[in-house]
Design a protein around this ligand. Structure first.
Ligand code: NAD
Length: 284
């Protein structure tokens, strides 16, 4: 199947929902073999069914149950991709949690801090580690434009750039660390054909945030800070991840790639309704 990711192999963690779900469908529609990884295998299997229904001509995809908070499970995930498809071109370390008991410096329990760091930060580190090892060994095939190296995309957040008086200390610290770690790894591997970039989404209409912002008051408290006047859609993150995954972004590495409706550039927001409707989900 032709496309911007033709013949390439991509692992996407958190493939069962939100950004991971939309990216799985989009990457498959662009010709990639997609490895759909999630701790919730039922959700990953649903993504797989949707993928086959929407894109019957897409290359073979597989699902893998993984807890990104466990190093051996990430190693097994990458091994599975290599065993099945022989290479790894794109690693999208996207899975993450925002724990409801995550709070300020006084109230956040150590176990919530540790859990958040293990999934959101160590999980991304291990995802980078095993992807880099695999990408070093990618076979070259000039006719299919396949080379050693690859693209690693780590999902951080706008909260790694901006402070909020509605704190989620562990989450924010974990995302700030993802940003710093990704930048450093990008420098280390810059001459190996491996690019690493952080995706910094703004506030999105996905289960992760909407389950947390479960009242109009909580949503309005955030909305006033968003220049575009709406929450972002997961598909808008997937489009950015696709760009970072393809060779179209061949000179981009170490970036804090912001897809945030302008929130991180804003002092005073405009008034009025958004002029344009948001794009549609691929899943609908
Ligand atoms: P989501 O909750 O819709 O989806 C997250 C997926 O990750 C789920 O399918 C879940 O089962 C999976 N997951 C959770 N823990 C896992 C683990 N230990 N191992 C493997 N899979 C696991 O969330 P989303 O909004 O799509 O968020 C994806 C990423 O984007 C996260 O890293 C999140 O922090 C980040 N982000 C989200 C927002 C937002 O507003 N939603 C903003 C900035 C950054």
């Amino acid at each position: 199947m032709p496309g911007r990711l033709a013949h390439k192999v991509a692992i996407i963690t958190g493939a069962g929902s939100g950004i991971g779900l939309e990216s799985s469908l989009l990457f498959a529609s662009e010709g990639a073999h997609v490895v759909l990884a999630d701790i919730n295998i039922t959700a990953a299997n649903k993504t797989h069914s949707l993928l086959k229904e929407k894109y019957p001509n897409a290359p073979e995809a597989i699902t893998v149950k993984v807890d990104v908070g466990k190093e051996q499970e990430i190693k097994a995930l990458v091994d599975k991709a290599l065993e099945q498809f022989g290479r790894l071109d794109v690693m999208f370390n996207n899975a993450g949690i925002m724990h409801p008991a995550d709070d300020n410096a006084l109230n956040t329990e150590e176990k919530i801090w540790d859990l958040t760091m293990t999934i959101n930060l160590k999980g991304v580190w291990w995802g980078c580690k095993y992807a880099i090892l695999a990408m070093h060994n990618n076979p070259t095939d000039e006719s299919k434009k396949l080379h050693t190296g690859g693209s690693i995309i780590n999902t951080a957040s706008f909260v790694s750039l901006l402070g909020a008086a509605t704190p989620q200390l562990a989450y924010t610290a974990s995302k700030g660390a993802v940003l710093a770690m990704t930048r450093e790894l990008a420098m280390v591997h810059a001459r190996e054909g491996i690019r690493l970039n952080s995706l910094c989404p703004g506030p999105l209409k996905t289960p992760l945030l909407m389950e947390f912002l479960n009242t109009a008051e909580k949503r309005d408290r955030r909305m006033v800070h968003i220049p575009m006047g709406r929450f972002g859609e997961a598909i808008e993150q997937a489009q950015a991840a696709l760009f970072l995954a393809t060779d179209e972004s061949s000179y981009i590495t170490g970036a804090d790639f912001k897809v945030d409706g302008g929130i991180s550039s804003c002092y005073v927001t405009p008034q009025g309704d958004p002029a344009l409707p948001p794009p549609s989900s691929l899943a609908s």
